[in-house]
Design a protein around this ligand. Structure first.
Ligand code: GUN
Ligand code: FE
Length: 406
């Protein structure tokens, strides 16, 4: 066991691409002394693996029958100082919420000791410097310009907010009349790069999404916040069709939940709401056109509108649970530019993982012998909570439960 730190055996579930969810049973995964994945192989070759890596049966940590590993979930957008007022004052829309609740609380963080304590509560490892203009409204053009240059000079990550709410966009238009759109405000000031993550983007046009795609900039989709602050809905399908990098964010405290499981559920539900709204407006349009056509002569009738009002049923293209799982794991790591380090169980990446136990004491959902692993994962994503999360590993180190508590 010189080179090997841990050897795990059991079922592993991870994404390899947006649509490819792999459920890998009876596998063995070994980590090295710095928490990287050394091997990930079929347990049928256990004796060969144990010879090669120098471990024996007693070193193997085997999962229970219905337990499985999944990659740690990645929150691509959260405000550490806002954790103090999570779940409070959610009745206001974005700009009023900022003025009334957020800014006064954040002002108290000029007390460095207070700030340090809060950041230690919320922020974990892997912290890197990141250029963070709050959003265009709170910056002058000169500041944006200087920040863009600073990011370029030091090759830094960049994060901000974009096109979150209609009132915000209106204000940006007023403050930056020389720019064609919100995206251009960041882009012309070098703040839209392949190291940029912009939160929300609910109202980005297709033209703006194309600029995101060209620059390699990512969107952090924060559905809880978008609903809680009545900001709007991101059309996640459209953004994915534009091949924009994307992950999920809690946006605490614009979003009231710290849970990525909540973000997964709300991302799926938002996509369904958009689908229903679109179907309704298509039906309404068809009805209007049908009424108009009733008054037309036969040779004026438009062929495209003759397929009946329910044609959208055939185009049921809502976000699948597999895609939402990908967004919460590999998609998030791609958005943050850390997919070479984390996001799934590829050899060479760090071992960031959760052990999920669907049969945990007080589990919020039930499983029986007829439930497949795939169905178990779906139930966990829709119904599970931290009672089902038996362990958390970050870079090969068990952080939940803390070793001292076991
Ligand atoms: N836009 C500018 N600042 C903020 C913030 O703190 N939260 C959210 N949701 N949007 C913002
Ligand atoms: Fe935010």
């Amino acid at each position: 066991m010189d080179a090997v730190q841990h050897v795990f055996k059991g079922t592993f579930i991870h994404s390899t691409t947006r649509c490819d969810l792999e459920i890998i049973e009876n596998h063995m995964l070994g980590t090295d002394r710095v928490g990287k994945i050394l091997f990930f192989e079929d347990a049928q070759i256990q004796s060969r693996l144990s010879q090669k890596w120098g471990f024996d049966e007693s070193n193997i940590q085997a999962l229970g029958n219905n337990e499985f590993f999944m990659p740690g979930m990645i929150d691509t957008h959260i405000h550490a100082p806002q954790y103090t007022f999570i779940g409070i004052g959610m009745e206001r829309p974005l700009l009023e919420w900022l003025e009334h609740t957020t800014f006064p609380t954040e002002d108290t963080f000029c007390d460095v000791e207070l700030a340090r304590n809060m950041y230690n509560t919320v922020v974990y490892d892997r912290v890197k410097p990141i250029i963070t203009p709050r959003f265009a409204i709170s910056c002058s053009e000169r500041l944006l310009n200087k920040l863009g240059k600073l990011a370029e000079k030091h090759d830094l990550h960049i994060q901000s907010h974009i096109s979150e709410s209609p009132a915000e966009i209106k204000e940006v238009r007023r403050l930056f009349p020389d720019y064609n759109n919100y995206t251009e405000v960041y882009d012309r000031n070098k703040l839209l790069t392949n190291k940029t993550v912009m939160a929300h983007g609910c109202y980005l046009t297709n033209e703006e999404l194309c600029v995101f795609r060209e620059r390699g900039a990512a969107i952090s989709h924060c559905p809880n916040s978008n609903i809680s602050l009545c900001s709007g809905h991101l059309d996640v399908r459209n953004a994915l069709n534009h091949r924009v990098k994307m992950g999920l964010g809690t946006d605490v405290a614009g979003g009231y939940s710290i849970s990525l499981l909540d973000a997964i559920r709300k991302a799926i539900e938002t996509s369904k709401i958009i689908f229903m709204e679109r179907s309704k407006s298509e039906r309404d349009n068809n009805e209007t056109q049908n009424k108009q056509q009733e008054n037309m002569k036969p040779d004026e009738v438009n062929e495209d509108t003759q397929n009946g009002p329910m044609k959208t049923e055939n185009n049921h293209n809502v976000l699948s649970y597999k895609e939402a799982f990908w967004l919460a794991t590999l998609g998030g790591s791609e958005a943050l530019g850390i997919d070479h380090i984390t996001g799934n169980f590829k050899v060479g990446k760090e071992f960031d993982a959760l052990i999920i136990n669907p049969e945990a004491k007080d589990s919020p959902f039930e499983v029986n012998s007829h439930v497949s692993k795939e169905e178990m994962l779906q139930r966990f994503l829709y119904l599970g909570d931290d009672r089902n999360i038996k362990s958390v590993y970050v870079a090969g180190i068990c952080v939940v439960p803390f070793p001292s508590n076991t």
